[in-house]
Design a protein around this ligand. Structure first.
Ligand SMILES: [Zn+2]
Length: 71
């Protein structure tokens, strides 16, 4: 499965956060869908519209990653 990469640092792991600032590590597939790295992690209460890069300070919507690959 193809995963989208951070437009700044080119890694493909991100974190989504909930209201308690807890994080779940995710990847984003080529359809801009957010997928948990650990299959048992739940997305209940998590905001999937903003993802935070694990490798740098980039954050944004999953859809904005698909633009980055054309750089
Ligand atoms: Zn990054």
């Amino acid at each position: 499965m193809k995963t989208l990469k951070c437009p700044q640092c080119d890694i493909h792991r991100f974190v989504v956060k909930n209201a308690l600032d807890e994080g779940v590590v995710v990847t984003v597939n080529e359809h801009c869908e957010v997928i948990p790295v650990h299959i048992n992690d739940s997305f209940v209460g998590f905001d999937l519209t903003v993802i935070y890069c694990l490798g740098c300070s980039w954050y944004g919507s999953p859809k904005s990653l698909s633009k980055g690959k054309h750089r």
